[in-house]
Every structure is written in structure tokens, then in C-alpha cells.
Design a binder for this molecule. Structure first.
Ligand code: RP5
Length: 167
């Protein structure tokens, strides 16, 4: 769970409530790596390490982060609590929980009160992948070279969809 590149201040923070969330959240990291975007991945729990969560959220902008991807499962308060403490865009990933298959995570993250937004993605790996891509698209608004890499990735995805159903 080390930063992907040490040669620059990472613009993206990937935070998660538990190490058990990493198999899901690594899909966000993989997209960022493919696009050459540095990130920092940390375990920050709203419930088990609230002081760490507060310090991270309050200091995130000063650390140089531009976008925060926050994943959690169950009573998934981490993305919303971070969003309450920073003006950086927060993308929330509902991690698939054992008991309720992530529906609890989704509802905990998506039902924010008006005025404190969390951009909520799909449950599980697809949500993490899209969080990474959405973070890239946000950063690409002010980075033309990155915008070209994002466009190339999307085009490769389109090109990879066969129209026929047989090999
Ligand atoms: C949440 O509780 C975490 O985000 C994780 O999805 C879930 C279970 O955590 P562990 O008990 O596996 O550490 O806070």
C-alpha cells in the first residue's frame, strides 16, 4: 500500500476504513497507475481511528491532494465525514460487505445531507475502478497530457468490445 511514485506530491489520496478494503480499493489504484497518476493509499477509519481521520481530512489540501477517494463498508461513514471536513472533491466507494453485500455501504455513503457532497460510485470493484477514472478525469480538466491519456484509455476500451458473440 505504498505510494505508486515517490517523485512528486501525489494528487490523489485513496483512503479506506480497513486493510480488508484494499482488495477492492486497489482497483482504483490500478487505474491511476495505468494513467501515470501518483497516489497515496492509507487506512483511515472513521470509527476505529477518528483522530487520524480528522487530521487527514483537515490536512489533505495542505498535503497537496486534489481529489480524495474514500472507500468503506458496512456503516460506511468515512467518505461523508471526510467530506464534512474538507472542500476537496470526495469520491465514495461502497465496499461490498459480508452481511448485506454492500447495500448498507451504498446507503451509508450516498444519502448525504444537502450541502456536503460525496460523489458516490457503484458497490465494489466497478465502483473503485470508476473512482480512479473519475479522479483522473477531474485532474485532466487542468492537465492536457493527462486528458489525452484518459481519452486513449477510453478509446482502447471501446476498441476492445467485439461486436460478434463468437471468437
Ligand atoms: C469498515 O468496516 C471497513 O471499511 C470495512 O469495510 C468494514 C470491515 O472492517 P474489518 O472488520 O474487516 O477491519 O469500517
Amino acid at each position: 500500500m505504498a505510494p505508486s511514485r515517490a517523485d512528486q506530491r501525489p494528487p490523489v489520496a485513496i483512503v479506506m476504513g480497513s486493510r480488508s478494503d484494499w482488495p477492492t480499493m486497489k482497483h482504483a489504484a490500478e487505474v491511476l497507475e495505468r494513467l501515470g497518476i501518483a497516489y497515496d493509499a492509507r487506512v483511515v477509519s472513521a470509527h476505529r481511528t477518528p483522530d487520524r481521520m480528522y487530521a487527514f481530512a483537515k490536512g489533505a489540501a495542505a498535503e497537496g491532494f486534489k481529489v480524495i477517494i474514500a472507500g468503506a463498508g458496512g456503516a460506511a461513514h468515512l467518505p461523508g465525514m471526510i467530506a464534512s471536513l474538507t472542500a476537496l472533491p470526495v469520491l465514495g466507494v461502497p465496499v461490498k460487505s459480508k452481511a448485506l453485500k454492500g447495500l448498507d455501504s451504498l446507503l451509508s455513503i450516498v444519502q448525504m445531507p444537502g450541502g456536503v457532497p460525496v460523489g458516490t460510485l457503484a458497490i465494489g470493484e466497478a465502483g473503485a475502478t470508476n473512482a480512479g477514472l473519475l479522479a483522473a478525469q477531474i485532474l485532466a480538466l487542468s492537465d492536457g497530457a493527462l486528458a489525452e491519456r484518459v481519452a486513449a484509455m477510453r478509446q482502447a476500451q471501446t476498441d476492445g468490445v467485439a461486436e460478434t458473440v463468437e471468437d
